[in-house]
Ligand binder design. Structure first.
Ligand code: PRX
Length: 630
């Protein structure tokens, strides 16, 4: 067997031959004529001339060989619903959904925005889109009207698929009012809305625009909608993520590269086999949900368990109960979720028979050693950290046990995955750092491997400007993460270089939150900073200068304004972006040239030395922060 080092070297040095082999893992209608066209860097065109279809590879090709085996296991501990769809049944549901979408005017290349809770129809909708070449854009259900409206305007969808409500911790969370409000805020007005009515929350319909999914499904029960063979580069989906500016970025993925990349990752990283069961606890609104709830496991012929509910309800062992019941072999989650479980009775980790489980994969935020150790001891299973981004679609750093069994090191996600030519750059000189323990910016030399973003939706220029920089002789993609490498080539991720924060594994842009808070009539200036949090990794804290300071007379008045600001963020962006605290200052800490001292604010909040403050205009605000934190 290949050792990982030579496997990796080949992926970089003999790139096209390497990926030509990986391309054999999927079905093609027309085989590619060229593996990678990188004649216009940084734009990489993978599998040029090839034609395939993501849905064919995820569903149809399995129907003949294992049509009666489970494909989608849907469990909601919120509604008590528990349904297993075989590959044949999933194919039927996807074709019904595709027929409904076509009846509502959706054509190849059109965008379909999916704003749904974790229900099986979300999987049908995503698969139906890629089946007919419509480009889906899933918006996380925790986002509210303003976030939704900016995404509607950027994606300009023909159709929006939504539901009456989600449910969280037994509490109904209505979706339709937020959607209606978003559509009054947006410039673009989609002509059709498809509503999945779960019977959770009554809603009003616009008869000419809103359609009922159940009724249309009845009309299309016997629908047969073939997969459309798509050019390799045809966009499969866009997924919005946060960056430095307030405007979210529409990460755009292709068809063939993504399918090959996921198929390869299922083999080399996850070692998933047909007939096994994959349970990712993420949400379809995030990249992990796209790659490892929906597409990756299904492409590998595995069943995927889609779960609506909390890890602690009806009891703190519910995940392990599901592992036992459905014989889950692979689990994927985030460190925050494990930290939540850590507060439960540890006996719950050994109450159920989890012998089917092979490994637990964790990603999305730094995995701290105590959390990793606690879950490793409690489960007695390998815990595998992996580091990646919405932009890359699959792991950049981890261990590829499917190629060679490799040791994990706590605190490190691992080594660069095949195809990712990972480097560290000195932030000041832009030079490559080759020594051990040297801190630099984690970059990837172009071309990015298959499965990564092609561009940003509708904005090639922003794609180039945001991510790419020239270093002598080549172009590199910035991850915007700090990192170091040890003597064995294992990387350690040390946090973001930009203003993105990571709250409970959710990536948020501080500018978006600042823009929302600024719209409050009594806010003159605001800074939002990510501050270390024992449970969520980071928490967003807001520092506000009020226009009318007399409104802040006493503690009760400050609490009132803090409450108003939190409510405003809830209603515009969603509770996911709500700051954990709002502190009021007479001015923001800035340098004499007017630059906001974010790192100093963060250091004071984390009880660290704020460093050199000689350029600071006025020390009062840092003092005010200290006083309010005690
Ligand atoms: O800062 C890194 C952090 O999350 C960012 C990407 O977030 P997102 O686009 O939501 O994609 C998540 C895909 C799993 C990264 O730039 N991050 C992600 N995984 C890790 C991590 N930080 C440390 N360790 C990780 N394993």
């Amino acid at each position: 067997m290949d050792t990982y080092a030579s496997f990796y070297q080949r992926s970089i040095q003999d790139r096209d031959a390497f990926w030509a082999e990986q391309a054999e893992l999927i079905d093609w209608h027309v085989k590619p004529k060229q593996i990678c066209d990188y004649s216009q860097p940084p734009f990489a065109n993978w599998f040029v001339g090839g034609q395939t279809n993501v849905c064919h590879n995820a569903v149809d090709r399995h129907v003949t060989s294992r049509g009666d085996q489970p494909a989608l296991i849907y469990v909601s501990t919120e509604t008590g619903q528990e349904v297993t769809y075989t590959f044949a049944q999933l194919s039927d549901e996807v074709q019904r959904m595709a027929a409904i979408m076509q009846s509502l005017g959706v054509k190849q290349g059109d965008r379909v925005l999916i704003y749904l809770p974790m229900i099986a129809e979300a999987a049908f909708a995503m698969l139906a889109c890629v089946r007919i070449g419509a480009i889906h854009s899933v918006v996380f259900g925790g986002f509210a009207s303003h976030s939704l409206a900016t995404r509607i305007d950027d994606a300009s969808p023909v159709l929006i698929i939504s539901a009456d409500a989600g449910s969280r911790g037994g509490k109904v969370v209505p979706y339709k009012p937020l959607l209606d409000e978003a559509m009054t805020l947006s410039q673009h007005k989609p002509s059709a809305v498809l509503m999945v009515d779960r019977g959770l929350a009554p809603f009003t319909s616009l008869p000419a625009r809103d359609h009922d999914y159940a009724a249309l499904r009845q009309q299309h029960l016997n629908a047969r909608v073939p997969c459309v063979w798509l050019d390799a580069a045809h966009p499969s989906y866009t997924l919005y993520t946060s960056g430095t500016t307030g405007k979210p970025k529409g990460v755009q993925r292709d068809t063939a590269g993504y399918t090959v990349a996921l198929a390869a990752s299922m083999q080399h990283i996850f070692q998933g086999q047909p007939g096994e069961v994959y349970f990712s606890t993420s949400d379809i609104g995030w990249v992990v949900g796209h790659s490892y709830i929906i597409y990756g496991p299904l492409i590998a012929g595995m069943a995927t368990l889609m779960y609506e509910g909390l890890p602690t309800r009806p009891h703190g062992g519910v995940w392990w109960e599901l592992v036992e019941k459905y014989q889950v072999t692979h689990m994927f989650s985030a460190p925050t979720a494990v930290r939540v479980l850590k507060k439960q009775d540890p006996a719950l980790l050994s109450t159920y028979d989890i012998s089917s489980l092979k490994a637990l994969y964790l990603a999305g935020e730094p995995l701290d050693e105590p959390t990793a150790q606690w879950i490793a001891d409690g489960l007695g299973k390998p815990i595998i950290d992996n580091y990646w981004q919405t932009e890359t679609g699959w792991p950049i750093l981890t261990v590829a046990n499917g190629v060679q069994t490799m040791p994990s090191k706590f605190g490190s996600p691992g080594v660069p995955m095949y195809g990712f030519n990972v480097k560290l750059l000195d932030d000041n000189t832009g030079e490559e750092l080759t020594g051990a323990q040297e801190k630099g910016v984690v970059v990837i030399e172009g071309p990015l491997p298959p499965g990564c973003l092609q561009t940003l939706w509708g904005d090639d220029e922003r794609f180039v400007k945001t991510y790419w920089q020239s270093v002598p002789g080549r172009l590199v993609y910035s991850t915007f993460d700090w990192g170091v490498r040890d003597e064995d080539g294992y990387f350690y991720i040390l946090g973001r270089t930009d203003d993105v924060i990571n709250v409970a594994g959710h990536r948020l842009g501080t500018r978006e939150i600042e823009e929302s808070i600024s719209s409050h009539p009594n806010v003159a200036e605001v800074a939002v900073v990510g501050v270390a949090d024992a449970l969520k990794g980071q928490a967003a804290m807001a520092f506000v200068v009020a226009k009318d300071a007399s409104a802040l007379g006493d503690a009760a008045a400050r609490l009132k304004l803090e409450g108003e600001i939190m409510k405003l963020v809830d209603s515009q962006l969603g509770a996911v972006a709500r700051p954990s605290r709002v502190l009021f200052l007479s001015l923001l800490p800035k340098t004499r040239s007017g630059k906001l001292l974010r790192r100093a604010i963060q250091a004071v909040c984390e009880n660290r030395d704020p460093g050199d403050l000689t350029t600071m205009d006025d020390p009062t605000p840092l003092q005010q922060i200290k006083e309010q934190l005690v």
